[in-house]
Design a protein around this ligand. Structure first.
Ligand code: NAP
Length: 248
């Protein structure tokens, strides 16, 4: 597919569904060859790749639980074995296990930290050598409004997402000399299965606090990821906050 990202290779963690899926679709439309990653939902990952191929794009599906350091490295290694390099890494894979601090188990804490925060370190560390070889790279970390403002019942998720922002700023400083940019996208509430699982009561309460009066779409987040890859070369260490005005 001809486009501004022609010849570039993009890995998007957790891209079988939701925001990650919208990102691989958008990057493929811009010409990138994409690596679609999933942990459990193989049919969804295959359907995403099929949609990309139907539109004339190219890519592969790779199963890897990125909360595991070995599997995260294997994901990046597979991309490099298949396409010689990684130009774009979108650290998107994420889960939530919501519970107030008093009720949260150690397992609920650890699982969210490993999946949402540590996976970003594993994948970034594995991808950076390939980016350094070419003095080029775009690393985009999908954080959250919750990492900026905190939220009742989400201490594990908020800590992971705030950690992503601090990691982004540090990595941006470390990697700037290699022309590798590192940015965080911090969406507000976006209509995906993650938000679909909230009760109608909670959804109504959230909507009441969004000045624009609606949830975002996965496509709106993917458009920002594309922007950072195509036109956004002077952004690094930044937080882009598509949130309908919920947090200013
Ligand atoms: P989603 O619809 O639940 O999709 C999650 C994706 O992550 C799936 O592709 C899933 O793969 C993958 N995944 C989960 N654990 C994984 C693991 N250990 N290894 C590899 N892949 C894994 O979620 P979403 O709403 O699109 O959220 C995507 C990201 O945006 C998350 O980091 C989330 O925190 C962030 N975010 C979401 C919102 C929102 O309102 N939706 C707002 C702010 C930030 P399988 O299909 O195999 O399960």
């Amino acid at each position: 597919m001809a486009g501004p990202l022609d010849g570039q290779v993009a890995v998007v963690t957790g891209s079988s569904r939701g925001i990650g899926r919208a990102c691989v679709m958008e990057l493929a439309r811009a010409g990138a060859t994409v690596v679609v990653n999933y942990a459990a939902n193989q049919p969804a990952a295959n359907a995403t790749l099929m949609d990309i191929l139907k539109e004339g794009g190219s890519g592969i599906v790779v199963r890897a639980d990125v909360s595991d350091p070995e599997q995260a490295k294997q994901l990046i290694d597979t991309a490099i074995e298949s396409y010689d390099k990684v130009d774009i890494l979108v650290n998107n894979a994420g889960i939530n296990r919501d519970r107030t601090i008093a009720r949260m188990s150690t397992d609920e804490w650890d699982t969210v930290i490993k999946t949402d925060l540590s996976s970003m370190f594993y994948c970034t560390a594995a991808a950076v050598p390939s980016m350094r070889e070419r003095n080029y790279g775009r690393i985009i970390n999908i954080s959250s409004i919750i990492g900026q403002m905190g939220n009742v019942g989400q201490a594990n998720y908020a800590a992971a997402k705030a950690g992503m922002i601090a990691f982004t700023k540090t990595a941006a400083r470390e990697l700037a000399r290699n022309q590798i940019t590192v940015n965080a996208v911090c969406p507000g509430f976006v209509e995906t299965e993650m938000v679909g699982s909230l009760s109608d009561e909670v959804k109504a309460a959230v909507l009441a606090n969004i000045p624009l009066g609606r949830f975002g779409t996965a496509e709106e987040i993917a458009a920002i990821v594309r922007f950072l890859c195509v036109e956004g070369g002077f952004f690094t260490g930044a937080q882009l906050s598509p949130n309908g005005g919920q947090y200013m």
